[in-house]
Design a protein around this ligand. Structure first.
Ligand code: NAP
Length: 309
């Protein structure tokens, strides 16, 4: 019987592990299919405090793992398929062929940015070749060059507005002729002199140079199917995120999109289950905010376990 199993190895998970391990809870952390989480798909991280020269996403995540292991965290590769509450209030996690028993669970399984599903997206994202889903993380690498943002929601408008600080021009490409974003966010984007809306359009293909970096996109008109080339060096995806909460099968209360609802601090609707990071966050989605929540969750678990004794 474990004291606590942490699901997911992004900043929330590893921070929860560091705190739980230092509280002598001997935590087990399960990696999921993407060990290190979303940050392993970015290049330089310049906004995580403590690294004045910046650090790459993969390096940051390896450091977090090492720090968690230094205090005795056990890191295991494994994808949780289900979580069930037992009659005595403990939990059974199904991970492949194994069934794990634990007194408490911290869910840090994160959310995945949606992409268009076009060929080449994986290589373009991983290598820092011009495709990303995080303006806050990567915007500063696109100084004085044209970029585009895909989407019509609050994220797209916010990202486009943020990118005007760096880029020479920001094209906001939306598949319809009306933004989904709230009025205030939409107006801010529509009124900005550096932002140009391209309505009724979507990307059909990423066009790259001989280094494999994006040099342009092939746009498709969603109404008449005509195509045209648009020169941009950065493409920022803002078509929403999918929270990785499907394996819970409704055990824990979530919003209509699947983001787990936190009841008080990081507590969820089920006693003994806590949630931290992007799995519960539709607003900030930053490594540092996730890490902060991971810390809070571990402290809350420690107190809750002590109360159970
Ligand atoms: P969202 O509201 O779901 O918007 C996603 C956008 O992407 C929509 O405009 C959608 O087009 C478009 N889209 C989806 N799939 C697409 C595809 N395959 N191809 C092209 N376009 C596609 O997502 P979000 O903007 O990330 O916002 C999520 C939540 O967070 C919202 O509740 C939002 O209000 C909130 N949020 C708030 C703030 C803030 O207040 N500061 C900032 C960011 C987000 P359609 O419109 O045609 O469906």
């Amino acid at each position: 019987m474990e004291n606590v199993i942490i699901i997911g190895t992004g900043p929330a998970g590893y921070t929860a592990a560091i705190y739980a391990a230092r509280a002598d809870l001997n935590p087990l952390i399960l990696t999921g299919t993407q060990p290190g989480g979303q940050l392993t798909t970015t290049t330089d991280v310049e906004n995580f405090p403590g690294f004045p020269e910046g650090i790459t996403g993969p390096e940051l995540m390896i450091s977090m793992q090492q720090q968690a292991e230094r205090f005795g965290t056990r890191v295991e590769f494994g994808l949780v398929e289900s979580v069930n509450k037992n009659d005595d209030g403990t939990f059974t996690l199904k991970v492949g062929e194994k069934e794990l028993q634990t007194k408490s669970v911290i869910i840090c399984s994160g959310a995945s940015a949606r992409y268009l599903g076009l060929p080449g997206e994986e290589e373009l994202t991983k290598g820092g070749h011009g495709l990303t889903a995080c303006a806050t993380c990567d915007g500063a690498f696109y100084r004085d060059v044209p970029v585009c943002v895909i989407g019509g929601g609050d994220s797209a408008c916010e990202e486009a507005t943020f990118l005007t600080k760096f880029a020479s021009k920001v094209y906001l490409i939306h598949r319809r002729d009306e933004l989904r974003a709230s009025k205030i966010m939409a107006q801010r984007a529509l009124n900005h002199e550096k932002i140009e809306l391209i309505w009724n359009s979507t990307i059909k293909e990423y066009l790259t140079n001989d280094k494999g970096d994006i040099r342009a996109v092939l746009l498709e008109d969603t109404q008449n199917g005509s195509t045209s080339e648009l020169e941009v060096e950065g493409v920022f995806m803002a078509i929403g995120h999918t929270p990785n909460s499907g394996f819970l099968n409704g055990l824990v209360e979530a919003d209509d999109q699947g983001y787990i609802l936190q009841k008080h601090g990081t507590r969820t609707s089920v006693e003994g289950i806590y949630a931290a990071g992007d799995i519960s966050d539709t607003e900030y989605r930053q490594a540092i905010t996730a890490a902060g929540q991971g810390c809070a969750a571990a402290i809350e678990v420690e107190r809750w376990l002590a109360d159970q004794e």
